[in-house]
Design a protein around this ligand. Sequence first.
Ligand code: FES
Length: 92
Amino acid sequence: MKASDIASGHGVVGEINGRPVAVYNAGDRLVVLENICTHMGCQTDWNDSGDSWDCPCHGSRYHPDGSVMLGPAAQPLPRLQYRLENGEIALD
Ligand code: FES
């Protein structure tokens, strides 16, 4: 996943090394999250109009930084450490 493919203020879901991730471009930095809903393990999608990660299974929503916006999830999406290798996002 290339960092330059994610426009500022937007999020993208995908996989890095087989791990589901949700990546938000906050302008001055990226927010890399494990894309496994903390309610029951579904994967979220980026909601451009709502500026949120939305889970299709039971309606949980998360802020771009992974914190919970709306339950039933009670815990945030875990933050992952990353580094950039030639513009590619790599997990530490
Ligand atoms: S698994 Fe995401 S809301 Fe239930």
